[in-house]
Design a protein around this ligand. Sequence first.
Ligand SMILES: [Zn+2]
Length: 217
Amino acid sequence: MPEYKTEPFIVPSISGLLPVSERNRRVALTSYDARERKVQVPTREVVCYECGRRSHVPAAALSANCIHCHAHLNMTDVELKPGSRRLTVRTLGNVTVLADAVLSHLSIVCRNLNLEGRASGSFRCSGSLIVACNTRVEGSIEAADLVVNKGVNLILSQGACVQNATIHGRVTGRVSAKGSVHILRGGELCGDCTASNVQVEQGGAHLGNWIRPNDIG
Ligand SMILES: [Zn+2]
């Protein structure tokens, strides 16, 4: 058996000082001059979907954390395809339910929601909810703008709370709007409507009570 001997580690230089040129190079690499490198990253304002407060995030970010409640904020756009098993979507981006999809028990919080396929569940949109396909929504709907496309039959089991509604198709259910409800030619709303302003164009119809917010007190 050969005898094993550790070799002593010999430090080539015993001085702890770096040569001046090397020291300067390292200092330059690690120091940060705020005056020179002040880069303005473009930001955008987002509203946290958990706590509802506003914060600024880099415009190009795909996700961020709310500075108030630390919730993870997803900012990507999401497409729900036919047969999708994803039921819960939380994003500051837009969501599209693709045509031919038949999805239920969804829980979607997003900016704009496009229903090109049949979807049921609870929807909360900070932007617009565009319904382009016959569907029955069993959950609640909150949106800034509800748009029901021409020829579309929308059934609302629990009604919708919106800022404004634009109805080109047929809506069955309760609609509550802080702003106005606009029923266009060929459009029909079957159900009570709470809004300060309801406009029914010629060729449109509202079958139900119109409750002005003042009436409630
Ligand atoms: Zn938050």
